[in-house]
Structure formats: C-alpha cells, structure tokens
Write a protein that binds this ligand. Sequence first.
Ligand code: UDP
Length: 470
Amino acid sequence: MHEVTLEPVPQRPYEEVFGADRTARLHTAAEQLRTRLGGRTIWNVNSTAAGGGVAELLYGLVPLARALDVDVRWLVIDGDPEFFAVTKRLCTRIYGAAGDSGDLGPAELSHYLQITDSEAARLADWVGPGDVVVVHEAQPAGLVQAARRLGAFVVWRGHTGSDVPNEHTEDGWAFARRFVEAAHATVFLNPQHVPAWAPRSRVIPPSIDPCSPKNTTLDPAVAAGILERVGILHGGGELPTSVPMPIGPDVLVQRPATVVRDGPAPAPDTPMVVQVSRWDRLKDMTGVLDAFLLAGHPDAYLTLAGSEVHGVSDDPEAEEMFDDCRRRWAELPERDRHRVQLACLPMTDLRENAVVVNALQQHATVVVQKSLAEGFGLTATEAMWKGRPVVAGAVGGLKEQIVPGESGLLVDPYDIGSAGAAVRRLLDDSGFARKLGAAARERVHERFLPDRHLLDWAALIEQLAAAVPA
Ligand code: UDP
C-alpha cells in the first residue's frame, strides 16, 4: 500500500468556472465539514494511481478539497497479477457480464483475502479513530472491516453495476457482498446500481475537473498540433512542445502514441469520430469500429484510443482486448483499414497523457462511448464539457448524463445499426451536432463539476457522523 500525495491547488481558476454563488456555498460547506471532522482525515482507498475513472476522480477532488483545508488523502493498495485477475473478473461480473468465465470460488476468495488482509494490516500506519475511510470499488473492499476496527467511519463507494441485474451480477455480489455490507454506508453512481441490501445507501454522481490538463479548454490549432506531435494527425501547422495550463507547470508533449494504422495519418480537417477508453471488453471498441463502418461516411476517419496496454495496474485484460481490436482492424478491406487507426497513449507522464486525451476529445467531430455496461462513463462527461456531440450506449450513468436528442444521442449498444445511424446523423448535420454539444456543456456545468460533488460528500459525512456511533 502506498500513498499518492497531492498538493492543494490554487482556487481561483475553479472560482471562475463555478461563479460567485456556487463558490460561496462550497466554502460554507467546507467550513462545516472541517468543524465536523475536528482535525481528522478523510482517506480514499483504491487499487490504481493511474488509469480509469476512480483515479481520474481522485486527482480532481483530493487537491481541491485540500485547497479548502479539508484533510483528504489517498491510499492505493498493492496486489499481485492473480489478485488483479480475480478483481477484474469480480468487477466485470458486477457489471452483469461473464468476462473471462473463470471462477469466483473458495480458491479465488482465499487469494483475495490473503492480499486484502496483508494490505489491511498496513492501514494502521495511516488511519486512526474518527477518520473517514472511503473504500472505492471491489478491489479493496476486503479492507472495510479493518478500517472499522481502527475506529473509522467507513463508506464503500461503488463505481460499477448492472442496470438489469442478472446471474453474473449475483455471482459478483455473492463474492463481494460480505465486505461491502460491513461498511457504515454505501454510495453508488446511479440509482439502478444500488442493491437492496446495501447499508445506508445513497447516490452521488461523480464529477470532472474543469481545470485539469484533461479538461481545460485548448485552442483548436493547439489541439491539432498536439495530435500531430504524437502521430495521430498529419499536416497541421505549429507543433507545440509545451502547453500552458491553468494550474501547475506547462505540460510537455513529447512521447509519441503507438499507432496501428495503414496509410497516412488523417489531415486536421478530416471529420473524426473518436472513442477514448481503457481497452476493456465492456467499452466495446470493436463494436464502435463496426458502427463506424456502417455509418458509411466515406470522408470520415475513426480513432480508437486507449491507455497503453500495461499502463493500468488493476486492468490485466487490456492487452487481450487491444489484440482483439487490432485483429479485427487487420481483417478489414484495405479501403476501410485506411479510415481507422488504433492509438495507445503512453502513461509515463499522466499530465501528458491527459492533454492528449483532451486534444482528441476537443478535436473530434463526434465522440462515441458505446459501452455495453457502464458505471458512469467519465469519458462522455469529458467530451460533453468540451461541447462535443456524443453518441453513447443507453446504459448506466450514460443515461443520467445525456438527455437524448438534447444533450447527446443514446443508442442500444447492442444495435450496431442504430449506433452507426446516430454517428452518421451527427456527421451529416453539423447544426444539430453543434446544438447538442452546447447543451451538453451546459449540463455538465450544472451537474457534474466538483463543487456539487464535494457538497454531496460533505452532506453524507455530516449525516453519517450524526447517525453512527464511532
Ligand atoms: N483515460 C485516460 N487516458 C487514456 C484513456 C482513458 O486518462 O489513455 C481516462 C478517461 O479520460 C477517463 C477515465 O480514463 O477519465 C475512464 O473513466 P470512465 O468513467 O470513462 O471509465 P472506467 O475506465 O472507469 O471504466
């Protein structure tokens, strides 16, 4: 187990985004929370410091909460490949999918406990009585009891779930329930994912960090220049090596993406359809490829981008999923192969990775997030914040984010024809695409920024402290 140390951020750039009223509400809530905590700490515990939605959330929220003088910190558990194979299976099952079809039986439980017990033994180095411990996801759920024994208030925060629970969901919960049930309270991303047995459950949607390298506004020429520098576009103008940020040092863009492509990179004025995700079977990159080809727009180009395959420590299936996608791409007729590229983005420098994701989302003509199951789907939120028209699978939190026909389009993710038609519609009708994009940005501004998110957590901690004896 190790701590990810994050410094407080300057507040001014956030105040400009939130506006005076929202900023004032946030300060009042922070003051009440500080009084309630009386010097104690809020700990987040998860299983990776890089890649995926949980890490993304914590990089945004922890420094902002610290800037508000609330002592929020972040611990990451370690595990071995067998542990992460089991927890990947577990999360996929909770999503309602079979995944690798392996067991979640006594042998898997025993290995899971071996790792979580040894990580739990280290918790006392950090956590003390009266602290709040937020355990994210199933990977570290085995630490809930240990945190309680240390006298902490323990909240389990779920990031996965199935809209229609099935035998796979039951299988996943049969494994994880004993750990989650031990928490004082549970928090989910959306109402459909809350199991009936979850203790003191509530729904808190996540947020994106509007001032981060991932989400700050980039000039279109700078976005194109970044993509050219990393090898995703060709033939633009100036290539920036360093990009100024509202917070922190300039981001250096120097590492090329690993790109699978036939023929030249697309020119900056080529209409581009983009999906950025982890290489995960539930993100259905190959389904996006099929939908794009069905859209039948000969001038458009598809970019499927994800983190480099060994870049996310708790995600052992990425290489297999990327290889599937590459195989599918290699089988395409030449004319289609020339309109699709697969890009793996280096994770060596997370700010550099983030600015490339940002440039891709900002440059895209249409952003797709055709997940088969989804907790929330921050990649859609990120694209909406950039005013992009999004085509998303009508699953999980994507349904909470997008009002269909107003702030994006939702499709049945198993219906490739509809997904293709939605992409085509947005490529063909730039006026409609612009309208959706503008409403999308507004919706994120209202609902999915960190001030609302921190207020929700402050209210939960307040209620928990009042209701639960330590
Ligand atoms: N992401 C990233 N770099 C990449 C690919 C993805 O930073 O190369 C980020 C993406 O921008 C988003 C997060 O990973 O912030 C994925 O979160 P989401 O909720 O969409 O899905 P999850 O991966 O948690 O299932």
